[in-house]
Design a protein around this ligand. Structure first.
Ligand SMILES: [Zn+2]
Length: 376
């Protein structure tokens, strides 16, 4: 039955510096198909888009569906995302991504359905707020410790984007004149904690003669970089260099996050991202401990939690991005079919219940138009 095939399955793609996570969710945001592929390390944005489309097709296949019959697909992307046209610029952790690339349009053409694009950490924070470790709180700082260090904010139940650039927790300065950050400035949290910066540092130290198990673990895992899994195993094996660098990362995260908390006084801090999820609860506690010395005395410290949705949070958040896109009209034309509900402007939620089509739980975004990136 054609209409059943259009039941509201949605797609979500989390584009990371290391991996592409593609999922298909049912109407209650349960994951019914999931696929993970490495992010291409060379080539152009078009090659990355191709890999994303392939991953999503596979996830749709695993869900017994196909991309074309999904209501819509949300994408969480790093870089400067312009949500209305779905373009992405300066995604510096991705290959050849110097200019502005029409990611939404390219994927929509390739996959044959509506595609919306938003910032990866903003959607991941929204997912934690809706379904994850942030469910109980009104104000959140999401910290995504991975290739870079990204941050998302929800203040008094509303996603906060500032003028589009808010939440850059990775670029809080923790040491004036400190180490050069991948962003070009000095002394940022990310210069000490981002996986990319950590790997650069580790490779330099190893080249200078410091012994470390990191390269051997990488080879055995058949990875071509020091992934979160490589760091995790090196720590478990007590590798000195890995321990020293990750301890430095934890100290930088603690200082940067505490500074942000002193400014914003959020209820909770959620630690996610590839490294955050891989290193898990013990490191969340270390970060909480590292924050303690920098929190303003007399303030009540925030709760600090590990991301509740694990690796899939970004992709679930991406799927949430298109929650208000309706299934293409199979019923009476007109009315509410095929469109987007008016903006309710908030993340207001109804604890426990997930009613994606009620439109009252707009997760995040800033995306304004469902049809922005083409449609069937
Ligand atoms: Zn920076």
């Amino acid at each position: 039955m054609a209409r059943d095939r259009n039941l509201p399955f949605r797609g979500g793609i989390d584009l990371g510096g290391t991996k592409i996570e593609a999922i298909v969710v049912d109407a209650r945001y349960r994951v019914i198909g999931a696929v993970r592929h490495p992010t291409p390390t060379s080539g152009t944005p078009a090659d990355v888009a191709q890999a994303m489309a392939a991953a999503l097709q596979e996830a749709a296949g695993a869900a017994g569906s196909d991309a074309r019959s999904l209501v819509a697909i949300g994408v969480g992307s790093p870089g400067a995302v312009d949500t209305a046209p779905g373009t992405v610029a300066s995604a510096r952790n991705l290959p050849g991504w110097d200019g502005r690339f029409p990611l939404g349009e390219t994927l929509a053409a390739e996959l044959g359905t509506i595609v919306q694009v938003a910032n990866d950490v903003a959607v991941a924070t929204a997912a934690e707020y809706e379904f994850g470790a942030g469910r109980r709180y009104r104000s959140l700082l999401g910290v995504f410790w991975g290739t870079g260090v990204g941050g998302g904010l929800i203040l008094d139940g509303q996603p906060f984007h500032g003028r589009g650039g808010a939440g850059e927790i990775g670029h809080m300065v923790v040491r004036r004149g400190g180490r050069r950050c991948p962003c070009g400035n000095r002394g940022c949290v990310e210069a000490y904690a981002g996986r990319f910066a950590l790997e650069t540092r580790a490779r330099r130290r190893i080249a200078d003669g410091t012994r470390s198990k990191l390269p051997k673990i990488m080879k055995r895992k058949k990875h071509d970089r020091f992934t979160s899994a490589v760091w995790g195993e090196a720590l478990e094996q007590g590798d000195k260099l890995a321990t020293e660098l990750i301890d430095g990362a934890v100290a930088a995260l603690g200082a940067g996050i505490a500074s942000a908390v002193n400014l914003l006084d959020v209820d909770a801090v959620i630690i996610g991202g590839g490294l955050g999820v891989r290193l898990g609860e013990p490191y969340v506690q270390k970060i909480e401990h590292a924050m303690a010395g920098h929190l303003f005395p007399g303030h009540q410290p925030p709760a600090v939690h590990l991301a509740g949705l694990g690796d899939l949070g970004g992709a679930i958040g991406a799927a949430l991005l298109v929650r208000r896109v309706r299934a293409r009209p199979q019923r009476a034309p007109g009315a509410d079919a095929g469109g987007v509900e008016p903006d309710h402007g908030g993340v207001g939620r109804d604890p426990g219940a997930v009613e994606p089509d009620q439109g009252a739980q707009e997760p995040d975004t800033g995306a304004t138009s469902a049809a922005s990136a083409g449609s069937a």
